[in-house]
Design a protein around this ligand. Structure first.
Ligand SMILES: *[C@@H]1O[C@H](CO)[C@@H](O)[C@H](O)[C@H]1NC(C)=O
Ligand SMILES: *[C@@H]1O[C@H](CO)[C@@H](O)[C@H](O)[C@H]1NC(C)=O
Ligand SMILES: *[C@@H]1O[C@H](CO)[C@@H](O)[C@H](O)[C@H]1NC(C)=O
Ligand SMILES: *[C@@H]1O[C@H](CO)[C@@H](O)[C@H](O)[C@H]1NC(C)=O
Ligand SMILES: *[C@@H]1O[C@H](CO)[C@@H](O)[C@H](O)[C@H]1NC(C)=O
Ligand SMILES: *[C@@H]1O[C@H](CO)[C@@H](O)[C@H](O)[C@H]1NC(C)=O
Ligand SMILES: *[C@@H]1O[C@H](CO)[C@@H](O)[C@H](O)[C@H]1NC(C)=O
Ligand SMILES: *[C@@H]1O[C@H](CO)[C@@H](O)[C@H](O)[C@H]1NC(C)=O
Ligand SMILES: *[C@@H]1O[C@H](CO)[C@@H](O)[C@H](O)[C@H]1NC(C)=O
Ligand SMILES: *[C@@H]1O[C@H](CO)[C@@H](O)[C@H](O)[C@H]1NC(C)=O
Ligand SMILES: *[C@@H]1O[C@H](CO)[C@@H](O)[C@H](O)[C@H]1NC(C)=O
Ligand SMILES: *[C@@H]1O[C@H](CO)[C@@H](O)[C@H](O)[C@H]1NC(C)=O
Length: 819
């Protein structure tokens, strides 16, 4: 509590100093909105486009229906050419899998008579005219029917402005609207009921909707709504109709029936026992202004709360003012945390990449303090962790530095979820844990926060209990539709192998390769927290973190390299015929999830030392690392998702995020710089197709920010690898109000040649002879200071001291005996 107060004062002071630059003008909110096929979201970033605040609960934007349905990606609501089916307040950003949210909605219409059927969006959906416009906190589009739609948001409310050409003016409120998964049933959302009441004041409606399913196959999410129009409507009619949406999940619907016409029924409608669809339509006549505005508050708790948000956060009907407040908040709380020169001579593309990336990494999770419908608690509440598998790689480490208040709040919320529900989430959305892709990666998140000294009001006794539960208790099987062998909801579904065998087996569990690699790091994470919280446990988990070695087949050969993580049966033999460069569908029931054995064999951040030894020592390791960057080596066809990636190294997905930086571990940092720069230059652009794949809650965007800063964090440890910054001068606010300055002398300065190789580094004036430093070194990340890079054109092996540490280095007993 107190901390928050201090933070407010500090950010106020800070505002006086630094808020003069409007960084929002560099943000391109469309980066990642399109895939490799122009005009389609498919294979793109799946990002949200619309109005929102940093980690805002409300993300107001259009929902669309995109054809062809086999290439439909509705996850963020917005698609380049999709037809608008509604304007809704809850969205995710950057997620794969089935769409989640897209409710509650409104839709402006210019007719409501035949052939329009208010229960059938296909009769009223709208193409758009011209290009949409989006900026931080603001969105505008024009519909085919002539209505211009402008949107902005506060934390718990949205404001919509509909400018009609004249003629009929209607706003449809379809409480059964949600983002469907049009090509697949198992993780599609479905409607389970709602209610709407038109208030007698002639301007307001209230109600709720419940939508279940979606990406994490969750239970119904109920959201209360309070909407108001600035111009009193002349007519309003509530309606209901038989639910013909497919569910297949024990909610009453008439899947194969034809869509009925609505039954109008006065001022209110409720679903009742039949899960009927409900809604209302509001109409204005010719004499009313052509512009109708609406402000809508939402709450997971009650209609009263939804109305209070609407009234308090949107006291004015001025949408531009709301958008300006949003820009102010983004500038103050996000963009100004990383300040670079924005003057005339600055490279505008780089500014667009930096500030857009910062934007996308602050959209989810959603801060839902005071909005937890499940239990009462003094702890903060957050949702939409989508997912730790993505976030842990490097995003949480940046929040740690630049968003310490929000980040502490998130960690407390995670621990509170464990306290009340029994497990930390790996993914969580709609107030429900799931889906777990591999390990229990919240362990890594907590460890990263812990080793870097995040304390505040976090109860680390409970934090440790939470990660220990992941490591010790097999989660109850969730009867999920895609993995018959283990829970996808939370925890580690393959502990039944991991604990007795030390690795995840190929015969008793799915995804044995990727789970083995992830569980190993998870147990290392435990050992890190145990060091402070339960010293007696440290050895146990450190030892277990070497489990990946048991899954290493020293005889396995691929592309002339030997020694790989391989599928291993519970009887101890390896699956010799396994294809090391091709994981097949790389899906829930395969041996390796979203990455090949070739790739996962590099993902041992806690014990790079043993990994390098297993690969035959530094020379062979380097050759193998070089090889994964060679074109046309990939054994997997990533199709349209691959954006033309033909290397084994796949920058489009999280498992390989740290691979380009592994050269630091053989003191050839210049190669890390070379590889990572090449990837950034080849795959990141200020264009709608400017990120290599789903943004994954901003994980891909954050990868780029670290590179621009000239660092990369080794998560679960206090280590940062030194790389090469993209700007001459960066001032970064760390630990609430301290300044870390990163300078790069000599960058790009010789004959216009690309000169970004490190010649030398100093930290706080001390010459640095290692290509890494720790969070606490010279108090640089807590008190601020200066990292100064000397850059030049020469690829120089400048580092002369120890390679980065392998704090989880373990030599297993049987290893000692082998030659
Ligand atoms: C979608 O279907 C169309 C028409 O059948 C086909 O041409 C296209 O290749 C399909 N796209 C994908 C990604 O399968
Ligand atoms: C729109 O209608 C189609 C066809 O009935 C349906 O599949 C979809 O779920 C509806 N809703 C939206 C928001 O697309
Ligand atoms: C819909 O399904 C029900 C139950 O399976 C069946 O009796 C009915 O004939 C089907 N109707 C149509 C139009 O296919
Ligand atoms: C339109 O609405 C206004 C205000 O309610 C009312 O005075 C007027 O009579 C209405 N006109 C028509 C044509 O319905
Ligand atoms: C960083 O801060 C220093 C010290 O206040 C200042 O001189 C410098 O201009 C700042 N650089 C940028 C890019 O903001
Ligand atoms: C600006 O930065 C982009 C992205 O790094 C780069 O491609 C471009 O060459 C730079 N432009 C100039 C003039 O340096
Ligand atoms: C980024 O790209 C958008 C879309 O082309 C463009 O409008 C904008 O000016 C670019 N931003 C910068 C800073 O160059
Ligand atoms: C932390 O949680 C433990 C276990 O619930 C409790 O016993 C302890 O009092 C808590 N510590 C603080 C400082 O609240
Ligand atoms: C493996 O090595 C052999 C012998 O040196 C060579 O002929 C072959 O091309 C190599 N294969 C690959 C995939 O590099
Ligand atoms: C080990 O188990 C695998 C898979 O069940 C089987 O194919 C293999 O023959 C077994 N090996 C031995 C030595 O029992
Ligand atoms: C993964 O498996 C699920 C469940 O069977 C399926 O719906 C999905 O399309 C698969 N994804 C890929 C990329 O194969
Ligand atoms: C990779 O394969 C493509 C298609 O076969 C070919 O055009 C290209 O030249 C190859 N690139 C290299 C570097 O071998």
């Amino acid at each position: 509590m107190q901390l928050r107060g201090v933070h407010v004062v500090l950010s106020f002071l800070f505002r006086c100093i630094a808020a003069d630059v409007d960084y929002t003008r560099f943000v391109n909110p469309f980066i990642g909105s399109e895939g490799a096929i122009p005009g389609y979201a498919y294979g793109g970033g799946d990002i949200f486009v619309g109005g929102t605040l940093p980690f805002g609960m409300v993300k107001v934007g259009i929902d669309t229906y995109e054809e062809a349905v086999n290439m439909s990606a509705l996850n963020g609501g917005w698609t380049p050419k999709g037809k608008v089916t509604g304007i809704s307040l809850l969205h995710e950003s950057g997620t794969g899998g089935g769409p989640k949210y897209g409710f509650p909605a409104q839709m402006p219409l210019t007719s409501i008579s035949e052939p329009i059927n208010l229960l059938d969006n296909r009769t009223y959906w709208q193409s758009r005219v011209g290009d949409d416009s989006a900026s931080v906190g603001h969105f505008r589009t024009k519909l085919e029917n002539g209505v211009t739609v402008e949107l902005s948001a506060t934390r718990h409310a949205g404001i919509m402005e509909y400018t009609f050409l004249g003629g009929e003016k209607h706003v449809l409120v379809d409480m059964s609207h949600y983002l469907p998964h049009v090509s697949r049933a198992w993780d599609s959302q479905f409607y389970t009921g709602g209610e709407i009441e038109i208030q007698s004041n002639g301007a307001t409606y209230t109600g709720y909707t419940s939508i279940a399913g979606g990406w994490n196959v969750g239970p119904p999410v109920t959201i209360f709504v309070c909407g108001e129009f600035n111009v009193p409507f002349q007519r309003a009619k509530a309606f209901s109709g038989r639910n013909t949406f497919p569910t297949g999940r024990h909610f009453r619907s008439f899947n194969n029936g034809s869509i009925p016409q609505p039954t109008f029924q006065g001022n209110s409608a409720r679903s009742g026992p039949m899960n009927d669809r409900v809604g209302a339509v509001f109409s204005w006549n010719d004499t009313s202004p052509s512009q109708i505005k609406s402000r809508v508050g939402i709450s997971f708790m009650s209609v009263e709360k939804a109305c209070a948000y609407k009234n308090e956060e949107l006291a004015s009907w001025d949408l531009q003012k709301t958008a300006q407040s949003a820009r102010d908040e983004w500038n103050r709380d996000v963009f100004s945390k990383i300040r670079v020169d924005t003057g005339e001579s600055a490279n505008k593309t780089r500014l667009a990449l930096l500030y857009s990336s910062l934007y996308f990494m602050h959209l989810i999770p959603s801060e839902r303090i005071g909005e937890n419908p499940l239990w009462e608690s003094d702890e903060p509440y957050w949702d939409d962790f989508y997912t730790m598998w993505d976030l842990f790689r490097n995003q949480v480490s940046l929040w740690h530095l630049i968003q310490p208040t929000y980040y502490e709040s998130m960690i407390r919320a995670l621990i509170d979820i464990f306290r009340k529900e029994g497990f930390l989430p790996d993914g969580r959305s709609g107030n429900y844990n799931g889906l777990v892709q591999g390990g229990s990666n919240a362990d890594n998140v907590l460890a990263d926060a812990y080793v870097k000294g995040l304390r505040g009001a976090i109860n680390w006794t409970e934090g440790y209990a939470a990660v220990k539960k992941d490591a010790e208790v097999l989660p109850f099987y969730d009867i999920n539709p895609v993995d018959p062998q283990g829970s996808l909801k939370e925890g580690r579904g393959a502990l039944d192998d991991w604990v007795p065998l030390g690795y995840v087996s190929a015969d008793r569990n799915t995804r044995c390769i990727s789970k083995t690699v992830e569980y190993a790091l998870n147990d290392f994470a435990l050992s890190q927290i145990a060091t402070g919280e339960a010293p007696g446990d440290r050895e146990l988990y450190l030892r277990r973190s070497a489990g990946w070695q048991l899954s290493w087949d020293h005889q396995a050969v691929s592309r002339n390299f030997s020694g790989f993580i391989m599928p291993r049966y519970s009887n101890g033999t390896f699956e010799k015929t396994y294809d090391i460069t091709n994981c097949g569908d790389c899906n829930w029931s395969d041996e390796s999830y979203e990455g090949t054995a070739f790739e996962y064999s590099f993902v041992i951040p806690h014990d790079a030392k043993t990994m390098i030894r297993f690969m035959g020592g530094p020379k062979h390791f380097e050759e193998r690392l070089d090889y994964v960057f060679k074109p046309n080596t990939s054994g997997v066809d990533l199709g349209v998702n691959g954006l033309g990636i033909t290397t084994i190294m796949n920058i489009a997905n999280e498992p390989d995020f740290a691979t380009p930086y592994l050269y630091n571990y053989i003191n050839k940092q210049y190669k890390s710089v070379q590889r990572s720069r090449a990837l950034a230059n080849d795959f990141y652009f200020n264009t709608s197709n400017g990120i290599p794949g789903n943004s994954d809650a901003g994980a891909l965007n954050c990868w780029l920010i670290w590179q621009m800063l000239g660092m990369y964090p080794i998560v679960t440890t206090p280590v940062y690898l030194l790389e090469s910054p993209w700007f001459h001068d960066i001032n970064m606010t760390v630990n609430h109000d301290k300044t870390l300055r990163i300078r790069a002398d000599g960058l790009d300065e010789e004959d216009g040649r690309a000169c970004f190789y490190v010649q030398g580094v100093s930290i706080n004036g001390v010459q640095w002879d290692r290509n890494w430093f720790e969070h606490g070194d010279m108090d640089i990340m807590t008190e601020g200071g200066e990292i100064k890079f000397q850059l030049g054109c020469e690829m120089k092996q400048w580092e002369t001291s120890n390679v980065p540490p392998s704090p989880g280095h373990i030599v297993l007993d049987h290893e000692l005996e082998s030659p």
